[in-house]
Design a protein around this ligand. Structure first.
Ligand SMILES: [Zn+2]
Length: 338
């Protein structure tokens, strides 16, 4: 089997790897229908997160169950399933509290940019669709696996409420689907911060009511202007830099909430400054598993089409070009066909 392996910054290879097989009795083996490249894959690709050794890449996946271990009860061969980047037993106290990405059995997935994938804790991690999906639905089901689930958590963590105002910082795929999530959760006004015309267009398709092109303090000033000097009720931080985090906090009204899902890189908080903002912060690795059943249902019924976020589709053997296109911001998100 051939899959994507990152050797060092900007050196991604499509090379022979051992085909996954059942290791633990709770495992499942999937034949992937589609996989993709995550914005967070760009951190090691760009050398911002160190790459200690050649690393199989990919953690977003959906496909058909080929085989299950002896202890797997609810997942069966032949089902079409979706899982997230964090495995979970879905029974421990953190899982039952809705924080499956902090499961006591959590493993972070990797190696999904490949035709076949081993998924630990299959019963707790995977959710099956009602039947085999039509081909055109697969990009949207794949989006549920991480990018929509993460944007959705940003909106939930930012306490988006019907009739209220939400701001989305970040126009990557997660931010764009954060716009969709905020609208689905009933926000009346969704302000997307983007200076990229194609991404602004997609943000509008996903339900953005306003676009702000300014950044940093100028961006905050513009949000204040649009909210009569008050600030936003909810802000979704979908980048993970110092500038984006401060932009999010400063755009939030006193008593409002920031949901942050951009993996922080070098972000620091000043305690006293934070104290006087009166802003709630909640975030972390999204417990996508909590949302999978509802999000799959929304896609299945045709109520949302998050697969639009994939603006480049390549055969898996061209994975290196997929990374380049995202790195150079020529593509928002690359879908890979094994
Ligand atoms: Zn658990």
């Amino acid at each position: 089997m051939k899959g994507a392996v990152l050797y060092r910054p900007r050196d991604i290879r499509f090379e022979e790897r051992d085909a996954p097989r059942i290791v633990e009795p709770t495992d499942a083996i999937l034949r992937l229908s589609a996989t993709c490249i995550c914005g967070s894959d760009l951190w090691p690709y760009r050398g911002i997160s160190p790459v200690a050794e050649p690393t199989p890449m990919g953690h977003e996946y959906c496909g058909i169950v080929e085989e299950v271990g002896k202890a797997v009860k609810s997942i069966r061969p032949g089902q079409f399933v979706i899982g997230s980047f964090a495995t979970s037993d879905n029974t421990c106290p953190h899982c039952r509290y809705g924080y499956q990405s902090s499961c006591v059995h959590r493993e972070f997935m990797s190696g999904a940019q490949a035709p076949v994938l081993r998924v630990p804790h299959a019963d707790g991690t995977l959710v099956a669709t009602p039947e085999l999906p039509p081909a055109e639905m697969i990009p949207s089901l794949l989006a549920v696996s991480d990018v929509l689930g993460t944007g959705w958590f940003a909106a939930v963590a930012a306490d988006v409420q019907p009739g209220k105002t939400a701001v989305v910082v970040g126009d990557g795929a997660v931010g764009l689907l954060g716009v969709l999530a905020a609208r689905q959760l009933g926000a009346q006004r969704v302000i997307a911060m983007s200076r990229h015309p194609a991404r602004q267009q997609l943000a509008r398709e996903f339900g953005a009511t306003d676009i702000v092109t300014e950044r940093g303090d100028a961006g905050v000033a513009r949000i204040k202007e649009l909210t009569k000097g008050v600030g936003a009720d909810s802000v979704l931080e979908c980048v993970g830099t110092q500038e984006s985090m401060m932009q999010a906090i400063h755009a939030t009204r006193p008593g409002g909430s920031v949901g942050y899902v951009g993996v922080p890189h070098g972000v620091e908080f000043h305690g006293e400054e934070l104290f006087y903002t009166h802003v709630r912060l909640h975030g972390g690795p999204a417990p996508v598993r909590r949302f999978l059943p509802d999000l799959i249902d929304l896609v299945w019924k045709g109520k949302i089409n998050p697969g639009k976020v994939f603006d480049l589709t390549l055969p898996l053997d061209q994975v290196a070009e997929g990374y380049r296109a995202m790195d150079e911001r020529r593509a928002i998100k690359t879908l890979l066909r094994p």
